[in-house]
Design a protein around this ligand. Sequence first.
Ligand SMILES: *Cc1c(COP(=O)(O)O)cnc(C)c1O
Length: 398
Amino acid sequence: MDSIDVDELRPPERLLMGPGPSETHPRVLAAFGTPPVGHLDPGFVEMMDETQELLRATLGTENEWTIPVSGTGSAAMEAAIANLVAPGDTAVVPGNGYFGDRMAEMVRRAGGEVAVVETAWGEPLDPAAVRDACATHDPDVVGVVHAETSTGVLQPSMEEITAAAHDHGALVVADCVTSLGGVEFRMDEWGVDVAYSAGQKCLSCPPGASPLSVNDAAMEKILDRDEAVRSWYLDLSLLDEYWGDERAYHHTAPVNNVYALREALRLVQEEGLEARWQRHRRFSAALQAGLWELGLEPVVDENARLPSLTTARLPDGLTPGAVVATMRDDHNVEIATGLGAFADEAVRIGCMGHGARRGPILETLGALGETLVAHGVDVDPGTGVAAATAERSADEKP
Ligand SMILES: *Cc1c(COP(=O)(O)O)cnc(C)c1O
């Protein structure tokens, strides 16, 4: 057989400013590259405990059942839904974005019935509409996407939504994939029963180990199921044997991903959770000031605009795909096109974790200015950077 000749690994050098993966912190990368030990090694078991403690602090929860799920955010999402939704259950899910749609699909595959809170893309759910849906459908589970990465919507009024669900005896699953570690999220205080996230958004980790937390009420329901969870890999009653007190083999943990996540969570603690939320707000304000100065327009109203992901309408006549390609090919900056209702008119730009800093934000705006000019827009390419800098200086007044 002929040998296969492939080149040495040399991925393109990109600045990752899209909806994820985000820029990785060098300390996280170093942790990732540390030699693995056995997933049952006492040294690793200690790191599991530490990682669980750090996850609780970052999520704002006391839940014992707080673990990194093996896999990306969708694995943690599927673990949440597949365990919580038993066949015949009804789940109310948000209809205002791509990840609400994914939730609905996972509910169906778990054997559940879906009731959608119909809401336009680009708008948050109205808690009154969630209350109505609960009254009409008497759900077992209510899903909510705290940070909708497909549109850039931050869901305000989380407590009103959890209260509506609890009044009807439903448990609440919250997607905090694009908020955890970047945007205020308080699991216990807000009454969220199950929350899941991912590493590669505001936590600035490589994708692969994803936070999941389940409170006692939800775990009780899960352990009380009549029918086994349809996924063996993600069955929390089995995973309990590894992440619970026994520390017995279920599957091999992605050891290096756990190292990386642990380091990323340590960085969150060093910076301080609230300081980190503040940093994301400040740099997203600078980014957005630059975008509007360049002639782009916000898709989402200010009261529901997500700091970690901005969806911005392009000037007339520009195609998102072409702008994204020029940003990548001529400037090595990754951003993304809009999705769904905004696919033909908007781009999505992240401001997450290690990317939520002066250098990456200004580089992105500089590249975007030049990209617009290259596509025939009549704009001074440096005005975005200038507006962002002015916003930052105003913010830094003593
Ligand atoms: C990225 C994302 C997910 C899915 O995570 P993957 O890591 O891509 O599997 C789920 N929900 C939201 C809101 C996301 O942004």
